[in-house]
Design a protein around this ligand. Structure first.
Ligand SMILES: [Zn+2]
Ligand SMILES: [Zn+2]
Length: 484
């Protein structure tokens, strides 16, 4: 890569290697807490306490969210952010075992590996801040404790409060089945609530006097299902009826439907939203009811910075592959067989692999665990799940790194991911990510031309579409807090 040179950042990697047990213990504690969205009090407290002992200044309750915080160490520019998370998923409790076996049936579990995600960022932030100080260098390291990623909105609230505005770049990783920085995108999303109001009447005796709000909901859904054919690729529109009347013999006066609308970029999303509104208004017109439409939350599509992705890969090559023990490989082999088609589909399932990497992907993807590093191969990929990391990516240059924390056949959001996240396989992927992110951050602090190149690309790509927070100004986090 042009302009890139690897200085001796070995001391950072060595420090992280020497502190694997410390961060594995933090990750295991958060794994054990398994706190779901906006209830991550113990997880956040544990990380804040660790950061304080490392000399970080902690700001609690960022954006008024009780489990959001930021912490920084160092001084002046640049400011490099590490984006952490720690929420678990409902119902995914699982022991560290290669077959399905919950710790507590129905209880939450870390089926997305966010115990690793947050702790990897934490480890990287501490390691780089120490290195900056030891070398008497200027710069600020900031770690963000971001709650509720699985409910998608918290970072958008933090973004609306300006929390990421002074960052020069942000680094983030997510547990996966392979080691690869990100160039692809993920869809943006709006959370929209439609409430119809009609006129109640006796459904048997005088239906002609009623105007059914439920009819309007049903007609709206039919309309959207016809619209589905005529929207761009990768648009997603899904709904749940949240009020469908109470008893059959009353014409429903009110009815409500809750939609998630998703699209590869925010312009397409705005267009789809406008069209769905028309469908709702048409349903109201047909049924002589009234409709109230409210966007309650949303998160932006992901804009990965390609320059940063390539920089990640240079550091990855320098660090080398993950080395597994025979026990870990045996565990992975067994867990892979528990997933229908999982092992045969392999770790890279669904990725548009470029020609140059096909042979290596073919060979390495069949191993029980992907130990080798790959360059970003997802340039053409649009993931149809959303993440609120997207909001950060439109405010500052960011590339989402993925590292092998799950065996090749394991699906995210499943019991196998919980199992792998609570053991050495997860710890190894987490520390691999911590080293890569710390190495990239060191380069950004030490060689300003990297930041300039990442920033130039960012400015070019956002020139026509500056960040617009998808959460309306009047909405509070309490308004979109789920109940489990
Ligand atoms: Zn998830
Ligand atoms: Zn996740």
């Amino acid at each position: 890569m042009e302009g890139w040179r690897m200085k001796d950042y070995g001391s950072i990697f060595k420090w992280l290697d020497g502190h694997t047990a410390t961060y594995a213990a933090v990750a295991d504690k958060i794994w054990g807490y398994a706190e779901v969205a906006l209830q991550e009090l113990k997880s956040a407290a544990l990380q804040m306490a660790h950061l304080k002992t490392e000399g970080f200044t902690v700001t609690e309750k960022v954006a008024g969210i009780k489990t959001a915080f930021s912490a920084e160490r160092g001084k002046g520019k640049p400011v490099i952010g590490f984006i952490g998370e720690y929420d678990a998923l409902p119902g995914l409790s699982q022991k560290v075992a290669p077959r399905k076996d919950p710790v507590v049936q129905g209880a939450p579990g870390h089926g997305c590996g966010h115990n690793l995600l947050g702790t990897g960022g934490l480890a990287a932030a501490v390691a780089v801040s120490r290195w900056l100080e030891e070398n008497g260098m200027e710069g600020t390291v900031r770690y963000y404790g971001c709650p509720a990623e699985e409910q998608l909105w918290a970072k958008a609230f933090m973004a609306r409060a300006g929390s990421f505005d002074d960052l020069d770049a942000a680094l983030n990783f997510h547990p996966a089945t392979y080691n690869m920085p990100g160039k692809g995108t993920a869809v943006g999303i709006y959370d929209v609530r439609f409430k119809f109001t009609g006129v109640t009447a006796h459904a048997g005796g005088s239906p002609h006097r009623g105007r059914s709000a439920l009819d309007a909901v049903e007609l709206m859904n039919v309309g959207v299902n016809y619209l589905r054919e005529h929207v761009p690729e990768k648009v997603r529109m899904h709904y749940a009826v949240t009020d469908g009347g109470r008893v059959p013999n009353i014409v429903p006066e009110t009815a409500a439907v809750w939609y998630y609308l998703r699209a590869p970029d925010m312009k397409i999303l705005d267009n789809v939203y406008a069209r769905v509104r028309k469908v709702a208004e048409g349903a109201a017109l047909m049924t002589e009811t009234r409709v109230d439409i409210r966007v309650t939350a949303g998160c932006s599509s992901v804009l990965n910075n390609h320059y940063l992705a390539d920089l990640h890969y240079e550091v990855m090559k320098d660090i080398g592959s993950i080395v597994y023990t025979d026990e870990e490989l045996a565990f992975a082999r067994e867990i892979n067989t528990a997933y229908p088609d999982g092992a045969s589909e392999g770790a890279f399932a669904g990725l548009p692999v470029p020609q140059a990497e096909r042979d290596r992907v073919e060979a390495v993807g069949k191993r029980p665990l992907v130990d080798e590093n790959f360059p970003a191969m997802d340039e053409l990929e649009v993931r149809t799940g959303s993440t609120d990391v997207g909001d950060v990516s439109w405010i500052t240059p960011l590339s989402m790194l993925r590292t092998t924390c799950f065996p090749a056949g394991v699906a995210s959001h499943s019991w196998g991911a919980t199992a792998a996240s609570g053991m050495s396989i997860g710890h190894k992927g987490m520390m691999h990510a911590a080293k890569i992110m710390a190495g990239v951050a060191a380069l950004l602090f030490d060689e300003p031309e990297h930041l300039k190149k990442a920033r130039d690309e960012f400015l070019k790509k956002t020139a026509d579409s500056p960040y617009k927070c998808p959460v309306p100004p009047e909405i509070r986090i309490e308004d979109v807090t789920p109940t489990f």
